[in-house]
Unconditional design. Structure first.
Length: 326
């Protein structure tokens, strides 16, 4: 590798890692390549969406016409050659192979006054870009072929050396790396803006939903309250019915229970009448139970509770009928 090759590679590499602007890198690249090859015209050509492209950067030797900023359709540079350049194929044209070119290509080179041409495709690996629109990226081969690095000799013929082509392949790789970084950066910026828009829309939607929910709650408040009262009334009626049935059952059994208690008390009194001197153990138990108090209080308790159950059972039945009417 010659000193001139090393100098060019170092200059391009340094520019890639130090320049924050792609335009500045392309300008430096075409200028350094022109100096290295002593060429008449060096350009960076970017493909458009149709069969036209545009020269984004250009360095010229004195007396050479500029193509910068012009939309041009050139056989060999347009989208008709995308399939040819897609694989990164380098096209070198000089006196040794000019006869191999088709008539349209020769005509295009003659129009531009080109005697020798070197075209290096700039291919960016778009598959590594995690775009939200992957179908769009994969639908067209043009998405991975970003553009071309082009060298022209217009004032004299030039035969391309293998070392020159290899050096410019390195330059092309550096350009592709910088372009890929730029595309990734732009994609990240677009995703940030997209997320901000989505978040703003979501926030607006949430506010609208909250307002609608509040209005709905206010509109349904009275209906909900009425429904709650209806449910409560139904539950109370069910509870009242559940109370009435056991209350009636208890009341219906308290009457015979009071009769049984009265019979037992009478039996005890007959026993005390005919056996006034029971054993000490029975006397002690009678005193412990306070038998005289039980005889007077037991019937009273049964009667009072029977009346209470009867009254509450009747009240529960009336309350249940009232709820049913409502």
């Amino acid at each position: 590798m010659t000193e001139r090759q090393q100098k060019l590679m170092f200059s391009i590499s340094e520019c890639v890692y130090s320049s924050s602007h792609l335009e500045s890198l392309m300008t430096t690249t075409v200028e350094e390549v022109k100096k290295f090859l002593q060429a008449d015209r060096v350009m960076v050509y970017s493909f458009g969406t149709d069969d036209k492209g545009v020269m984004l950067a250009e360095s010229l030797a004195p007396g050479t016409a500029s193509l910068l900023g012009r939309d041009i359709t050139v056989n060999g540079y347009g989208t008709s050659s995308i399939s040819y350049y897609q694989q990164g194929t380098v096209e070198a044209i000089d006196n040794s192979n000019i006869s191999d070119c088709d008539l349209d290509q020769i005509s295009s080179l003659n129009v531009l006054g080109v005697k020798a041409s070197l075209v290096l495709p700039i291919v960016v690996n778009v598959e590594s870009l995690q775009s939200a629109d992957e179908d769009k990226l994969n639908s067209s081969m043009q998405n991975s072929l970003w553009g071309l690095l082009i060298v022209h000799y217009c004032h004299h013929h030039h035969e391309w050396l293998a070392s020159e082509i290899e050096t410019l392949k390195f330059v092309r790789l550096q350009l592709a790396t910088a372009i890929k970084q730029r595309l990734l950066f732009e994609q990240v910026q677009q995703e940030i803006v997209y997320r901000q828009v989505v978040e703003a829309r979501e926030k607006q939607t949430v506010q609208q939903l909250e307002t609608a929910l509040l209005e709905l709650q206010q509109a349904q408040e009275e209906l909900i309250q009425n429904e709650k009262m209806a449910v409560i009334g139904t539950k109370i009626a069910e509870i009242a019915n559940e109370i009435v049935h056991p209350a009636n059952f208890i009341y219906s059994n308290l009457i015979p229970a009071s009769q049984y208690a009265e019979d037992f008390i009478r039996l005890i009194e007959l026993y005390q009448h005919f056996y006034p001197d029971p054993p000490d153990a029975i006397v002690s138990q009678i005193e412990h139970l306070e038998l005289d108090f039980i005889k007077t209080d037991l019937l009273k308790v049964i009667v009072v509770n029977a009346c209470w159950f009867r009254t509450n059972s009747a009240d529960s039945q009336r309350f249940t009928k009232l709820l049913s009417i409502r």
